[in-house]
Write a protein that binds this ligand. Structure first.
Ligand SMILES: Cc1ncc(COP(=O)(O)O)c(C=O)c1O
Length: 383
């Protein structure tokens, strides 16, 4: 049904069953044309290409992303090559001159954030409170209770956790509580954007939603984005690139200005061919009216089918007993199997690869990911 969009990747992987959509999603064929379009633009316009990029393409992609997230102001989305860039600038908007910055987070954040705040903590620049994600059933309540203590400058949490596929529930309530307590709220949506349906309408001015093109947006590395709440009293980042204020670049005075929209969190020059690829995928999906409800529904079918096949083979190591789950009707697009032992887990990933099944692992967790380029013809019989 959707396989027709991915003919090149499917042809080149025809000997493999690729279950790593949660990592390197296959790219639709239209992304190739997008790279060529970018090349052609450069060859025709050279330096003058920037006006097409900034006046046409960036707004187009902002609009397409905003529509998928139910945001009213597309211009409040800014871009960067990776989420780490965006996180650094977000952290730099905290008031480090006051006593100590206090950050609330979970034990299951991706390395881009985890490593950075561990370093800041090591240098005693922040205080950190880490909430365990387990037990999953009351995670959001525990986050809210902690927020209500009123001690935090920033809450950083994933929307779908990279090491379990569990979805953080009640994000609206979390966002409201964070706002009441003057806590900035950053939601790492890399595993939720274009996977599960997302509606930020009611909290668009209470959350920094961060995601990117590499995973479910299917456009490869190089184009991440952050939605920026519109609040007059928000601090500006002190780590700031010149893209954050195009208007006053040539101003003779020394005053530092920031753009009034999401671009105040921008950095500087990046390779916009990644944005062209992202636009091509979004356009394809928009033109075919493929919504996240549809994507999620299709992936859920694949996941159900996979579990049935898994049950059939009755494997001693890879089986449902190891599956991390809370509510499988509202779960991310990969299944995570906890082997409790890194070596065992790596051995299983290798074993699967030797049998032409591509998965990946994070520590002792083996991840099986699902995407639109797959169909229900899963074959686990050889393992
Ligand atoms: C939850 C999450 N956030 C962010 C990233 C990527 O971060 P960056 O763009 O900084 O490489 C990943 C990558 O796998 C991820 O799983």
């Amino acid at each position: 049904m959707y396989q027709k969009f991915y003919s090149a990747f499917l042809k080149n992987h025809s000997h493999l069953q690729h279950y790593a959509a949660h990592s390197h999603h296959f790219w639709p064929d239209v992304t190739k044309q997008a790279v060529l379009e970018y090349w052609d633009l450069a060859s025709v316009c050279s330096d003058r290409k920037w006006s097409t990029i900034f006046t046409e393409k960036v707004p187009e992609v902002q609009k397409r992303i905003a529509a998928r997230l139910s945001l009213h102001k597309p211009e409040n989305i800014c871009f960067a090559p990776n989420t780490h860039d965006l996180i650094i600038r977000l952290l730099s908007s905290l008031d480090f001159k006051k006593n100590k910055i206090r950050i609330l987070t979970t034990d299951s954040e991706f390395h881009s954030f985890k490593r950075q705040i561990s370093i800041l903590q090591h240098h005693k620049m922040i205080e950190l409170k880490i909430i365990p994600t387990k037990p999953y059933h009351n995670l959001s309540e525990r986050i809210i209770t902690e927020l209500e203590k009123g001690q935090y400058d920033l809450l950083f949490a994933s929307h779908v956790f990279f090491n379990s596929g569990i979805v953080l529930e009640n994000i609206e309530e979390i966002a409201h509580t964070a706002e009441e307590q003057n806590t900035l709220f950053a939601l790492d949506g890399y595993h939720s954007f274009m996977a599960i349906p997302i509606d930020l309408d009611h909290i668009q001015n209470k959350v920094f939603f961060i995601a990117g093109s590499y995973k479910y947006a299917q456009a490869g590395e190089g184009c991440c984005f952050m939605t920026v709440p519109e609040q007059a009293d928000l601090r500006n980042p002190i780590i700031s690139g010149w893209f954050a204020d195009f208007e006053n670049l040539d101003s003779p005075d020394q005053t530092i200005f920031y753009s009034q929209n999401g671009y105040r969190f921008a950095g500087s020059t990046m390779d916009y061919s990644a944005l062209y690829k992202l636009n091509a995928v979004l356009k394809l999906f928009d033109e075919h009216h493929i919504s996240e409800i549809e994507i999620h529904g299709y992936v859920q079918k694949l996941q159900k089918n996979f579990l049935q096949e898994l049950e059939k083979i009755n494997h001693p190591e890879l089986n449902e007993k190891k599956l991390i789950c809370h509510d499988l009707s509202y779960h991310g697009h990969f299944y995570a199997f906890d082997f409790k032992d890194i070596h065992l887990c790596r051995k299983m990933v290798e074993h699967l690869e030797n049998n032409n099944i591509i998965t990946d692992s994070r520590g002792s967790i083996l991840r099986f990911g699902f995407g639109l380029y797959q169909n229900e013809k899963i074959n686990l019989s050889e393992i």
